[in-house]
Design a protein around this ligand. Structure first.
Ligand SMILES: C[S@@+](CC[C@H](N)C(=O)[O-])C[C@H]1O[C@@H](n2cnc3c(N)ncnc32)[C@H](O)[C@@H]1O
Length: 268
């Protein structure tokens, strides 16, 4: 069992809420059982900011691609119930392990294998907040050989967005009206071109019915391949990608008039 500092002490030393749409965490939080060993995991500061901004203690938060468990560790520390799903049994094991610490008040953290494109066992309109972080195409492969349905096995941006649209549909279904869904996603390059994967994903979430609430730019640190590309970038005339997008969407409230978004200058 990990020996935890109190939440107050954690906040004073390592965490402060964000106030702008640019977030940068050169030092990732390492409180509780958080650690950087799950490849590509996000900083606990991301989960803590989103959870504190968009949910209340006692509510239920879903991360359908939970990876190493960052979202659920924060759920437990912040008094929220968590549902963590992943297609990879190894991720599920790691998350269960990372939740082995004592914390009060007691919460329920449910972790299981599932494909985020089909979570029919989660009831309609039962979730208070979604926070998730899919693979960015096949930049990091999370299973080898690829587990059927693992989105990190997809190399085509169009195909990836088609599958993300299925995830978005499920998240829209399970989220309560007027609640929020946050997703961290990055871009990539193909040959000499920039592939704006994040905007493709954003459009699919809008297509599923979500309204864009925030586009937060998250500065990337400690990318393992940055050194390699740094030498090539000026020669081949490109800039190193050093940001990701943290989109926050809102599911419209029941009976909410969203025509302003469809008919006005906001419609692109
Ligand atoms: C970027 S990682 C998530 C990291 C996580 N935010 C953390 O901090 O540890 C993406 C995860 O999505 C999972 N994944 C890929 N395809 C999936 C699918 N169809 N359903 C559920 N999980 C999936 C991968 O196994 C991987 O663990």
């Amino acid at each position: 069992m990990a020996n935890l500092e109190s939440n107050r002490r954690i906040k004073n030393i390592e965490y402060a809420p964000e106030f702008t749409t640019v977030w940068s965490f050169p030092q990732r939080g390492n409180w509780a059982t958080h650690n950087p060993s799950y490849r590509g995991n996000f900083a606990p500061q991301i989960a803590r900011n989103i959870i504190e901004m968009y949910s209340q203690p006692g509510q239920t938060i879903l991360d359908p691609m939970v990876g190493g468990g960052t979202t659920l560790i924060e759920c437990k520390l912040l008094g929220r119930n968590g549902i963590g799903l992943d297609i990879n049994p190894q991720a599920v094991q790691i998350t269960k392990q990372s939740l082995k610490f004592n914390h009060t008040p007691a919460t329920v953290q449910q972790v299981q294998i599932a494909d985020a494109r089909n979570i029919s066992f989660v009831e309609d309109e039962s979730i208070d907040l979604v926070l998730t972080h899919p693979p960015y195409l096949n930049i990091i492969k999370y299973s080898e050989p690829t587990i059927e349905g693992d989105l990190s096995g997809i190399s085509s941006a169009a195909k990836f967005c088609d599958e993300i649209e299925k995830v978005a549909g499920e998240l829209f279904r399970v989220l309560k009206p007027d609640k929020y869904c946050a997703i961290l996603i990055g871009d990539t390059r193909k040959g000499r071109h920039y592939v704006p994967l994040a905007f493709g994903v954003m459009r699919r979430f809008q297509k599923a019915g979500f309204i864009l609430k925030e586009d937060i730019v998250k500065v990337q640190h400690n990318c393992s391949r940055t050194g390699y590309w740094k030498a090539k970038a000026p020669v081949q005339k490109f800039y190193l990608i050093m940001h990701e997008h943290l989109f926050v969407f809102r599911k419209p409230d029941k009976g909410e008039n969203t025509t302003i978004l469809k008919n006005s200058a906001y419609n692109m």
